[in-house]
Design a protein around this ligand. Structure first.
Ligand SMILES: C=C1C[C@]23C[C@@]1(O)CC[C@H]2[C@@]12CCC[C@@](C)(C(=O)O1)[C@H]2[C@@H]3C(=O)O
Ligand SMILES: O=C(O)CCC(=O)C(=O)O
Ligand SMILES: [Fe+2]
Length: 378
């Protein structure tokens, strides 16, 4: 007769959803979640930890108070497309409270989380990573996406007590919005621009107040067979920039392309640094910088013993604003070559939902048209 644990293994608990699992019930990796061809996986390749790249160059940790912050940002964005920040001004207490609420959410019984399931035509709610549809195997993770107020979904998760979660998430979102506006100003300055060069920037204190954002909470349960599982498959974010909080368990990896740009590359772990936040260059900053700052390809891997949490604050322009290569990057009179056509964020998200990793290529200006110029302010 099968033991209880064998019974669980033979019949992974599939919830009332064809692709969501109750991870806590599994003692073995089901075939649906076993990724072939993971030869570059960190644990099997012996590369777990904060490995610098092949040339000994670590992923930059930048103190925003450093007098040399602008050249450091420019170098990090150009060479890595990712960096960590300290001196960001987000109080440690807020990060701790936020992490506790994320933990509280993902620790709910699976059937309760399913009450807040993301609807097929919606953005907010609980479910698989959106990019899952592009892969034949499923990812070892669950997500909760929040756009605007978390109240509607939080009420379904905690019918009697959703305020606590909402207050903490709203506080975190306010901090992230302020920080993202500050990063925009610094990153633009490091490219040689001022905030007013962006069409949707408004005069006054919080000049990027019209920005849009999505908060993506990710949970990666401990996995019985981490070398064959994938937490979140390789992708770029569709944002201008993403601010990522990760708990003390490592798992985020970025692709460091080979020098010389001839293809190939290597996965490098972004080690958790207490109190630091990770910043990714997103697709729309690649457009604005006319390809000078690459949108970083990244993924999340899992491990055998630790539960990992992360939260991505995905930051972009207001939905009406068009993003295009900055005119000043095109040549002295702006008459140079824009590599990308102008797009709004909603339009780009639609393109990404259809073309995934070919989305940026699909908004590239054809070589002959590009020769005619036409870049503009985003
Ligand atoms: C605004 C969005 C960006 C996002 C797709 C979404 O509509 C909502 C979730 C975002 C997210 C988070 C996890 C990784 C990602 C690639 C995904 O599958 O869903 C991103 C999407 C993105 O940046 O394109
Ligand atoms: O979990 C991570 O470290 C990565 C998450 C991520 O890439 C995302 O939510 O877009
Ligand atoms: Fe991402």
């Amino acid at each position: 007769m099968a033991t209880l644990s064998e019974a669980f293994t033979a019949h992974p608990v599939r919830l009332h959803h064809p692709h969501l699992l109750d991870f806590s019930s599994l003692r073995e990796l089901p075939d649906s979640h076993a990724w072939p061809e993971l030869r570059d996986h960190p644990c099997s390749a012996g590369g777990c930890g904060g490995d610098p790249d092949a040339h000994g160059d670590p992923i930059p940790v930048i103190d925003l108070h450093d007098p040399d912050v602008l050249p450091s940002l420019a170098r990090a964005c150009e060479t890595w497309g990712v960096f960590q920040i300290t001196g960001h001004g987000v109080p440690a207490g807020i990060l701790d409270r936020f992490e506790s609420q994320c933990h509280r959410l993902f620790s709910l019984p699976a059937e309760r989380k399913l009450r807040a399931l993301r609807q097929p035509d919606g953005i907010s709610g609980y479910g698989l990573a959106r990019i899952s549809s592009f892969f034949s195997k499923l990812m070892w993770s669950e997500g909760f996406t929040i756009v605007g107020s978390p109240a509607e979904h939080a009420r379904k998760l905690w019918p009697l007590d959703h305020e606590q979660f909402c207050e903490v998430v709203e506080e975190y979102n306010r901090e992230m919005k302020q920080l993202a506006g500050r990063l925009m100003t610094l990153m633009l300055a490091s490219l040689g621009f001022c905030a007013d060069d962006v069409s949707w920037h408004r005069p006054g204190g919080d000049g990027f107040r019209e920005a849009s954002s999505v908060l993506q909470l990710n949970s990666y349960p401990a996995c019985p067979d981490p070398d064959r599982a994938m937490g979140l498959a390789a992708h770029t974010d569709s944002s201008l920039l993403t601010i990522l909080y990760q708990n003390r368990t490592s798992g985020l990896q970025v692709m460091r392309p080979a020098r010389g740009g001839g293809g190939g590359g290597r996965w490098v772990t972004v080690p958790p640094v207490r109190g630091a936040l990770v910043v990714n260059v997103g697709d729309l900053f690649q457009v604005m910088s006319n390809g000078r700052w690459p949108s970083v390809v990244h993924r999340a891997v899992v491990n055998r013993t630790q539960h990992r949490l992360s939260a991505a604050y995905i930051y972009g322009p207001p939905s009406h604003a068009e993003v295009a290569p900055m005119r000043g990057l095109l040549g002295p009179g702006g008459e140079g070559t824009p590599l990308y056509r102008r797009v709004t964020w909603p339009e780009y998200l639609g393109i990404k939902a259809k073309h995934f990793d070919k989305a940026l290529a699909s908004i590239k200006v054809a070589a002959s048209a590009a020769a005619g110029g036409g870049g503009s302010q985003p």
